[in-house]
Design a protein around this ligand. Sequence first.
Ligand SMILES: Cc1cc2nc3c(=O)[nH]c(=O)nc-3n(C[C@H](O)[C@H](O)[C@H](O)COP(=O)(O)O)c2cc1C
Length: 266
Amino acid sequence: MKSVCRPEARFWRSLGCRSPVFNAPMAGFTGPEVAPRIEEAGAGMVILGGYPGDREAYEASKRIAARGREEFVVPPEDLPSELSSVDVRVPVLVNVRFTSPEGAEELCPDLADIVDGVEINAHCRQREMVEVGGGEALMNEPEKLCEIIDVVASHVGVVSVKLRGPHPSYEDVVSELSTHGGVDFVHVDAMKPGEPTYDLRYVRLAREAGLRVVGNNSVRTPEDVVAMFDAGASAVSVGRPLLEGRWDLLGELSEFAVGRFWKAGE
Ligand SMILES: Cc1cc2nc3c(=O)[nH]c(=O)nc-3n(C[C@H](O)[C@H](O)[C@H](O)COP(=O)(O)O)c2cc1C
């Protein structure tokens, strides 16, 4: 095992993760009822959502759903009770679309006892969400993103930020996040636009900035896991195959990653 992975493996284990392979959140799909399926399949952590985190994001979610896209249209005040039925032993994160620190301040105290952490969504590019200042729009407003991070971190145990690699502000945002602090890890969608693969530069940039990275996009094989880890990720996530029922992938990649990166050399 590469020495760089040891403290990282310790971090994930300290959260209660049994592998460094997680599901990627997918709105309208990764809800409470899917959590046991993700755990049974072998994922090290369950990431639910994305859910609207405040009134503006909720109204935007309604507009997105109205044009036929799958969404979790849950009013923010109902989110804690929506998530309270989740019953798994692995850690649970919830991916949330906030448009302001005030919204986060209202919701997060009620989430603190229900989930292990919150993943701030700076990734969603649906027009309605971006128009109200949520999702990807936060990548253009690093100051607001940092204020949201501060609020979330003051209430919940684990803070992640989901970032979209090929965003013009990506490099500035990772640099800002690394100096600001308060983020336990970044979940990097390293998509390569127009190609069904990843661009490892985004993982490298975040790692070189000193951030702990969950590498995401098109991770489908043990070779993909190795490529992500070699680029600096210490965990990976899998999304779209789950929509097609490929639960086995979570177990297969978990077994590989634990054997290769956690057990070797111990
Ligand atoms: C239907 C669908 C819904 C998604 N919803 C969200 C979301 O709510 N929050 C988020 O951060 N990412 C969301 N994503 C992005 C995924 O988490 C992931 O970054 C992307 O699918 C690439 O990973 P994959 O190649 O393993 O699917 C969504 C993706 C899909 C396909």
